[in-house]
Design a binder for this molecule. Structure first.
Ligand code: PMT
Length: 458
């Protein structure tokens, strides 16, 4: 933050509603911070479908508020804390729907609720289709916000719209919105000192994984049918990359074995590309055993969506279009189950013939649809320490989402359902468990302590 900027020392709430222009709010956040503001983001549920909360959380360093009932870690109600502390609230983009709700005082979303609960000046920057903006209902709502409630309105501009038409409805230039926030605050006194503001999400630099090698698989595998086609899945790599980032933040040396991914890997990780189940298997097994025959990694976390079936044969040339095509599929090797056997020294015909030392912590994810009933059996069959099951048929969990709702199964405890969390929070909580297990493992080795559950249940 810029201590010299026009918003230095100010706390600004940025409300984002569900318009295609929501992506511009990311840049608006950056500009507000460049002016010295501490910014917290409020989003309607539909806005979270246009832009990911992770980006906004990372840039603002505050948890994004998108649920009116959500509490801060200290038990305070998130949007009320923001309402009480904000020096200004800026709603950009503001949709026709949101203007209607606000004009009628209907607090059904966190942005409206915060505006209603706050004495801070409110700046509103509408963005929508041109005809919609011209509609008398919208004009009346905008006028009401300005005339009755004292909101500053930053009018939308003439320009190309998402509909492909040209009209007045494009979100105003971002510097104009920043100017409006500066003007709205003017020389009012700062409303709340630091402690009354929502807590900053500090990056965790508790280096409890320093000196550990953590291998994370991320993304989906692609099983070739011919040189141009493959059988794949919808994994983006977000879950795996969040784990890799969290492990780096905690001091680990991190290797990412990446299948097909659509998100960038974190800086500082070693990347091994492995797009088929077979190449992923080879890459993981290569990491598993060090050249001296000891364990090559401390923890393996398989967040990748690995194919269970692949075409038995791959055509050398592109298959020509014609009549129906029948593909014969065969089962792929189960990488995690093989790693489990190798770690325990129970891999029939395996080269090691003994358990890996020191024993790595093994974590799998289970992608289920509708019920998690199969998860305990997967935990057992794969021989892992922890299995995080997610219901990928839920809108807020699984493939491509920024959030995940997992239930954690362990060999030595009850199933533990976690609430809906960002993938970064899931990653951090998971690494708390992994770090704890590694510390226990090392303490046990030093004292010649009792073997772990994994060793005794073989
Ligand atoms: O990448 P995102 O878009 O963020 O999505 C995240 C995710 C939904 C992919 C992730 O949360 C997840 O659930 N990953 C596991 C997907 C999966 O392959 O589930 P499974 O139930 O089929 O497999 C169980 C475990 O065995 C997994 O750890 C998997 O990596 C592993 N496996 C599966 C098949 C196989 N042949 N070999 C394996 O090692």
């Amino acid at each position: 933050m810029n201590a010299e900027g026009r918003l230095a020392g100010r706390f600004v709430a940025l409300g984002i509603t569900g318009s295609i222009a929501a992506y511009k709010a990311v840049e608006l956040l950056r500009l507000l911070r460049a002016e010295g503001a501490d910014v917290a983001v409020l989003m309607t549920q539909s806005a979270t479908r246009f832009v990911g909360t992770l980006t906004l959380e990372a840039l603002s360093r505050h948890a994004v508020e998108s649920d009116v009932l959500a509490l801060q870690p200290d038990g305070r109600i998130g949007h009320v804390v923001i309402a009480d502390a904000a020096d200004a609230i800026v709603v950009a983009p503001a949709t026709a729907h949101w203007l209607g709700m606000m004009a009628n005082g209907i607090a059904g979303d966190v942005v409206t609720a915060t505006c209603l609960a706050s004495a801070a000046p409110v700046v509103v920057a509408p963005a929508m289709d041109g005809e919609m903006y011209e509609h008398p209902a919208t004009r009346r709502n905008v006028a009401r916000l300005h005339e009755d409630f004292g909101c500053a309105i930053v009018d939308p501009e003439l320009g190309a719209l998402a509909s492909g038409q040209t009209g007045v409805g494009r979100l105003a230039a971002l510097p104009l919105i920043v100017d409006a926030v500066v003007a709205a605050i003017g020389d009012r006194p700062i409303r709340a000192p630091g402690a009354a503001r929502p807590a900053l999400v500090e990056p965790r630099h508790e280096e409890d994984l320093a000196g550990r090698h953590v291998v994370v698989t991320a993304g989906g595998t692609a099983e070739p049918i011919d040189p141009v086609r493959f059988i794949g899945n919808r994994s983006t790599g977000k879950m795996g990359m969040a784990i890799a980032q969290a492990a780096l933040d905690r001091g680990a040396s991190v290797t990412i074995v990446a299948g097909l991914v659509s998100v960038a890997p974190p800086e500082g990780a070693r990347i091994v590309r492995a797009e088929t189940t077979e190449t992923m298997r080879a890459a993981v097994l290569h990491e598993l055993v060090a050249p001296d025959g000891g364990a090559g990694l401390d923890a393996l976390i398989m967040a990748a969506a690995v194919a269970d079936f692949r075409p038995r044969l791959t055509a050398d040339t592109k298959l020509a279009r014609g009549g129906p095509l029948v593909l014969e599929l065969e089962a792929t090797p189960d990488i995690l189950a093989e790693v489990g056997r190798i770690s325990r020294g129970s891999d029939v015909g395996g080269a090691l013939g003994r358990a890996l030392e020191p024993r790595p912590v093994l974590v799998g994810f289970a992608a289920e649809t509708g019920s998690l009933a199969r998860a305990p059996e997967k935990l057992r069959a794969k021989g892992v320490d922890l299995l995080l099951a997610n219901d990928v048929s839920q809108a807020d969990s699984g493939f491509g989402t920024d959030t995940n709702r997992v239930t954690v199964y362990s060999r030595d405890g009850d199933a533990d359902p976690w609430p809906l969390l960002s993938k970064h929070e899931v990653a951090d909580r998971l690494l708390d468990l992994v770090a704890g297990r590694l510390d226990e493992r090392d303490a046990g080795r030093q004292t010649g302590g009792a073997p772990s559950a994994q060793e005794t249940t073989r």
